[in-house]
Design a protein. Structure first.
Length: 299
């Protein structure tokens, strides 16, 4: 390798799987590993093994970016910085991921710690569908619903970090003779109504098994369009990228655009909806490319 190009490390720390990579250019990993997320100790041990091997091959790591499932303490001024907060995922609540990784590496390495969705937003802004956009929202619709934000080019935090999956939703289920909500905390929130498990609970079939013309997609598009409208009203992004497993459903993004147009009532002057509401260009790669981009931003 070119010895003067610093080696970057990235971790996409998902609730289901971990992806670790090293690269000189974030979009082109030199080496990558993925493994299921187990106990914190096991998972960190596997990550450290990977990075040790990578360093043996490519030399010292100069910076690392981590995009984690949440909620997580991403405030560098907080005493609990680097920790995973109130997750139901066994063993992880209260676990300080950044400290554990730091201790595992022999050399001190600067580490950027962000939510997985903020990392994905950065990946898309640097290499994907959000290039040159300063205010970008990345929404994932999968097992849960989360959103990351780049605000004037920088990841948006707030007191903790936004949790757009729990924005309140009107009950559109009734219109379809249903009443499905899978969020244990709220009567009617976006995640409770529109996540993959919500679709499955409502229609008694996984999203991937429901045909394109099933009423499920009409209702799903309405909830997601309401979410996008609320984001537009509250924060005025340049674009909203909507990804995650559920968005693999063919034609769903077009339905969301149509519903958005109806709901928006012509109020906002926005870019063409094909640009304003898009699926991510990096697809499943946004998280790891974003984690590596976070590392590069530290240099
Ligand atoms: P996670 O959120 O756990 O990282 P994904 O983003 O892959 O995982 O989302 C998983 C969810 O996506 C599941 O609820 C699954 O049923 C749903 N899903 C997967 N493929 C499709 C599809 N083609 N159409 C609709 N939903 C799908
Ligand atoms: Zn909720």
């Amino acid at each position: 390798m070119e010895s003067n190009t610093p080696l970057l490390a990235g971790i996409e720390a998902g609730g289901t799987k971990y992806v670790c990579a090293v690269a000189q250019t974030p979009s082109e990993p030199l080496m990558e590993a993925r493994f299921p997320t187990g106990s914190p100790e096991d998972t960190v041990r596997q990550a450290i093994e990977f990075f040790r091997e990578a360093m043996a091959n490519y030399g010292p790591i100069r910076a690392m970016g981590i995009g984690t499932f949440g909620p997580a303490d991403i405030n560098p001024r907080s005493p609990g910085y680097g920790g995973i907060l109130t997750t139901p995922k066994e063993g992880w609540a209260g676990f300080n991921l950044v400290n554990a990784i730091r201790e595992g590496l022999d050399e001190p390495v600067p580490i950027a710690f962000e939510t997985d969705v903020n990392a994905a937003a950065i990946g898309e802004a640097e290499f994907g569908a959000g290039i040159h956009l300063r205010n970008l929202c990345y929404v994932t619709v999968g097992t849960g619903i989360g959103g990351g934000f780049l605000h004037d080019g920088l990841p948006l935090h707030g007191r903790m970090h936004p949790e757009i999956g729990h924005m309140m939703m009107p009950d559109l289920d009734a219109e379809y003779g249903k009443n499905t909500n899978v969020c244990p905390f709220h009567e009617s929130c976006l995640e409770g109504r529109a996540s993959g498990p919500a679709i499955e609970a409502r229609w008694e079939a996984a999203g991937g098994d429901l045909p394109e013309d099933h009423p499920a997609w009409d209702l799903e598009a309405k909830y997601l369009a309401l979410g996008a409208i609320n984001l537009t009203a509250a924060w005025s992004p340049d674009a909203i990228l909507i990804g995650g497993g559920v968005m693999q459903q063919y034609g769903l993004i077009d339905r969301v655009r149509r519903e958005f147009e109806t709901l928006a009532g012509g109020y906002w002057s926005l870019p063409p909806l094909e640009l304003y509401l898009q699926t991510p260009a990096l697809d499943q790669r946004a998280g790891i490319v974003g984690a590596l981009s976070l590392a590069r931003r530290l240099l």
